[in-house]
Design a protein around this ligand. Structure first.
Ligand code: SAH
Ligand code: SF4
Ligand code: F3S
Length: 441
């Protein structure tokens, strides 16, 4: 039996898909190169914005055709979109055989092993996908799921309803998993949680803190880089900021989602911080880690956002000078508070115009920030060939910049690269071949 998985959405979904693959391999399935070649067609879905939904529906059309050609094929839909629609999935898409939420990926195995071939849905919040076997896409980079769910109630966001309440995994389990990944050859670990830095508060009998978790992972031999996503500004405390200054393997990059620069809109979004508190966090971070790269997420066109609210967002972007930003147009989501709002809706063309102005400023600032790397030598974890030029290599710096360069390094190596030029998105340079650090055999 052969399977094919298509993944949409965030890094947590990429992680969950690696676990799906690991679980299917353990069941004796093999991975197929294309959907046509698969007996089991899986989609790991996202519902964060409307565009995510519509993209998926197009893919499902192809699965429907393949199922018609061969009714023995099994079509499975997992992830946040499936969770948010639950049994409606089967009504709307009768060719789907099995649907499961992010908390019951393990049930896919039960379904495949059972004789019951009727459509099945599994939507409890029951287990961590991080406990399933993994099949990693890259040998030296790994995900570590530290928690699932989110206890925040951001008024625009569907995630609390698709991922459930926040539950942390035990500290000792995470450290043990980090050790075992390191002995498998993982050099860069990305800690994952919907609200990753609120990790540990729910643990009993003993709580743990995110900073403590970072320290213990930093102590794991072989783990040379630690990243984490996504943190919430409200939980970006001094101990975490200090960890960036003190821990050798913790990368000099912090993603600090702003969402809006207007305190009024932040309140309507229920973000629990205002513009001043956010800027205080930035100041604290820059005080302890002056060279840090800061990136962010911003939403434009939230209901009620006026021109003056939007200008405050531009002002924060201008003051903070991010190294990069993901920018989104507000998209009303089913079941969310902001999705129900009918007052103050921002016309589509106004949203688009604001997004363009925002992107222009973000890119200008990001390009200026990137200039600081020109003339410096940065450590790059090599991922493979450059996407634009197969004769060059591509990887990421500790600051999370994509670096394209000429050199002799292999995927998995940590290369030292002399940076010669920069754009808003990428750096370019040449490897210092003599100082190359070899990947473990
Ligand atoms: N847990 C993460 C974010 C997950 S979603 C955090 O709190 O930072 C990633 C980003 O998508 C969010 O930061 C937000 O900017 C954006 N987003 C979420 N819901 C959205 C919506 N309804 N419309 C537009 N953008 C949205
Ligand atoms: Fe969504 Fe807010 Fe939770 Fe992030 S913190 S997942 S934006 S509810
Ligand atoms: Fe999407 Fe769910 Fe991630 S809605 S962004 S896959 S948490």
């Amino acid at each position: 039996m052969r399977y094919h998985v298509t993944t949409f959405g965030c890094q947590m979904n990429e992680h969950d898909s690696e676990r799906m693959r690991g679980m299917l391999d353990a069941l004796g399935y093999q991975e197929a190169g294309t959907r046509e070649d698969a007996d089991l067609i899986l989609f790991n879905t996202c519902s964060i914005r409307e565009t995510a939904d519509s993209r998926l529906v197009a893919h499902l059309g192809e699965a429907k055709r393949l199922k018609r050609e061969n009714p023995e094929r099994i079509v499975g839909v997992g992830g946040c979109w499936a969770q948010s629609l639950k049994d409606e999935v089967f009504e709307r898409f009768p060719f789907v055989d099995v649907a499961f939420g992010p908390g019951q990926v393990n049930r896919l195995a039960d379904f495949l092993l059972s004789d019951n071939l009727g459509a099945q849905g599994y939507f409890e919040f029951e287990s961590f996908t991080g406990d399933l076997p993994a099949k990693r896409l890259r040998a030296v980079q790994g995900w570590l799921q530290v928690s699932v769910g989110c206890n925040c109630r951001c008024s625009y966001c569907i995630v609390p309803s698709t991922r459930g309440r926040e539950v942390s995994r035990a500290l000792a389990d995470l450290v043990a998993q980090a050790h075992s990944m390191a002995s498998d050859g993982v050099r860069e670990l990305t800690l994952l949680g919907q609200n990753v830095n609120s990790y540990g508060r729910d643990l009993r009998p003993e709580r743990a803190t995110f900073a403590e978790l970072l320290r213990q992972i930093d102590d794991v031999p072989g783990i040379e880089r630690i990243r984490y996503t996504s943190p919430h500004p409200k939980d970006m405390r001094e101990d975490v900021v200090r960890a960036h200054a003190e821990l050798a393997s913790l990368c000099e990059h912090i993603h600090l989602p702003l969402q809006s620069g207007s305190s009024r809109i932040l309140r309507a979004m229920r973000r629990t911080y205002d513009r001043e508190r956010y800027l205080d966090r930035v100041a604290l971070i820059r005080e302890h880690v002056p060279d840090v790269s800061l990136t962010t997420d911003i939403i434009v066109g939230f209901p009620g956002e006026t021109e003056s609210d939007f200008e405050q967002t531009l002002e924060v972007v201008d003051r903070v000078s991010y190294d990069g930003a993901f920018t989104f147009i507000f998209s009303p989501r089913r079941g969310t508070q902001a999705g129900e709002l009918t007052d103050g809706l921002v016309p589509h063309e106004v949203k688009v115009a604001r997004l363009e102005r925002l992107v222009e400023l973000v890119q200008r600032r990001a390009r200026e920030r990137a200039e600081r790397f020109v003339g410096r030598t940065v450590e790059v974890l090599v991922e493979g060939a450059s996407r634009t030029d197969p004769d060059r290599l591509r990887g990421r710096s500790r600051h999370n910049k994509v670096v394209n360069f000429t050199g002799l390094a292999r995927p998995g190596d940590l290369a030292q690269v002399d940076i010669t030029s920069a754009t808003s998105q990428t750096l370019a340079g040449d490897e210092r071949i003599l100082t190359r650090a070899a990947a473990p055999a």
